[in-house]
Design a binder for this molecule. Structure first.
Ligand code: FUB
Length: 459
């Protein structure tokens, strides 16, 4: 405990010193929620949008065993981000019992997939799960785990230019790879390779990206028995190797979590490395945050080492994230639909529809907002009520926030309810029919938004 307090104080001092005189501060990237193991992607349907998929750390946790779910984030400018909330959870995966650890995502044959690891129920071994969605923000539906992968921790999927899918995985000083079959649910056993000996210091977390015809395999590793992890890389002419070890490109750094893990993406012509640290929690290894820096290669193709800085991508004074929670996502997104239905009759909804038919008292929708610390948000609700006013209660974490009569609105419209406070951890925002008194109209809830507000903006 003393040790943790000391680390925290030391880290706060270093952050303070590095902040003086610096206008831009884009690291950590997400400051409202604890996230780790980032998987950055740009999908072919929209080159202007960057997506980052992450695992999630609970505030206050002191190990990684209790990790249960994943989030998706998107941006078009690297400054303003949307947190699409929980996209997959242990509860949505029948075969798993714990350890929702690192994940990756891919777009393959017109569907979006997340590839993740969890421990198989009753056996306690890591498996590599596959879940699908027809939209990049999920939620994702589990399809089972990949056959032929033993100890499938920290999976990463790479689709080569010819459309061939490859899977990489690794843990505990080992790393493996294989070509996947077309359904992504099993490997081709004849292609399986053990890459461990080619990847000096490897510990876990492989990631492959292609640049100028070469395959770069980046990974967290330990120089013999020494934590924290540093990031290393190796290069090959073929996705399955052989790989030539090149060296370290993110050394250990102040405020680092014991682990490091990440991926590379090219966005608007620039290569960027996403990884994680423990800056947001003041250096506590089990509550991590996503970081991003430009990744550059020298004229020989070697990666120029990254020195993590608070400035990060250096585009703005800070990043801002808005939680965007679609009402219809229900259980898969950590919410609940009680005695209401998902409909699509009123046009102009976002996502897959909206929630309606609040006929009886307590018929409700609730949505889950996960945050790292007690903090303030601007709360908005998008709704329609074409046939007249509708009486409802809004609860935040079981406390009545507001009794509200949603005015008649034939089209979907946004109401700004002003500033609300969320607690650290899981917050439930519930909208329900207030009483037996009939409303004039039927309410349709499309989504809620909770936009980060900073202390210096409140007065
Ligand atoms: O986030 C849990 C585990 O920590 C990941 O699976 C590892 O790569 C390390 O980052």
């Amino acid at each position: 405990m003393m040790n943790q307090e000391f680390r925290k104080l030391k880290y706060i001092l270093i952050l303070y010193i590095s902040f003086i005189g610096q206008g831009f501060a884009q690291n950590p990237v997400f400051t409202h929620v604890f996230t780790a193991d980032p998987s950055p992607h740009v999908w072919p349907d929209n080159p202007d949008k960057l997506w980052v998929y992450t695992s999630h750390d609970e505030p206050g946790s002191n190990n990684h065993y209790g990790m249960t779910g994943y989030h998706a984030f998107s941006t078009t400018d690297m400054v303003n981000w949307t947190d699409h909330g929980r996209i997959l959870h242990l509860e949505n995966v029948d075969w798993a019992e714990s350890h929702a650890w690192a994940m990756d995502a891919t777009y393959y044959r017109e569907k979006y997939y997340v590839i993740y690891c969890m421990k198989e129920a009753g056996i306690g071994l890591f498996r590599t799960g596959v879940a699908v969605s027809d939209v990049p923000q999920g939620p994702f539906k589990d399809l089972g785990y990949v056959k032929g992968v033993e100890f499938g921790q920290d999976p990463a999927i790479f689709i080569d230019d010819d459309g061939t899918p490859y899977l990489y995985w690794g843990h505990d000083r080992k790393c493996f790879a294989a070509e996947l079959n077309e359904d992504l649910m099993s490997i081709k056993p004849e292609t399986y390779v053990d890459l461990t000996k080619q990847l000096t210091h490897v510990f876990e977390g492989p990631w492959v990206h292609k640049k100028d015809g070469k395959y770069y395999l980046t990974y967290p590793g330990l120089t013999p028995r020494r934590w924290p992890e540093k990031m290393f890389y190796a290069v090959a002419d073929n996705p399955l190797g052989p790989y030539e070890f090149k060296g370290n490109f993110i050394d250990d750094f102040e405020g680092q979590s014991g682990t490091n893990h990440g991926g590379v993406v090219t966005y608007k012509g620039k290569d960027m490395m996403f990884y994680h640290s423990a800056w947001l929690s003041g250096g506590l290894s089990e509550t991590r945050n996503v970081m991003a820096d430009y990744l550059q290669n020298d004229k020989n193709g070697d990666i120029i080492p990254i020195v993590p800085s608070k400035e990060g991508l250096g585009l703005a004074k800070r990043t801002r994230t808005t939680l965007h929670l679609e009402a219809e996502n229900g259980f898969a997104a950590g919410g609940e639909l009680y005695n209401v239905i998902v409909d699509t009759w009123i046009k102009g909804y976002s996502g897959k529809g909206y929630v309606t038919n609040f006929d009886n008292p307590f018929d409700h929708v609730y949505m889950l907002a996960q945050v790292a610390k007690k903090s303030k948000y601007r709360f908005k609700v998008r709704y329609a009520s074409p046939d007249g006013e509708s009486n409802h209660d809004i609860l935040i974490n079981s406390h009545k926030y507001k009794e509200f009569v949603f005015p008649q609105s034939k089209e979907f419209t946004v109401i700004d309810f002003g500033i609300v406070e969320l607690k650290a951890g899981d917050n439930l925002v519930r909208i329900f029919k207030r009483d037996w008194k009939p409303s004039k109209g039927q309410l349709a809830i499309d989504y809620i938004e909770l936009e980060q507000v900073f202390e210096d903006e409140l007065n």
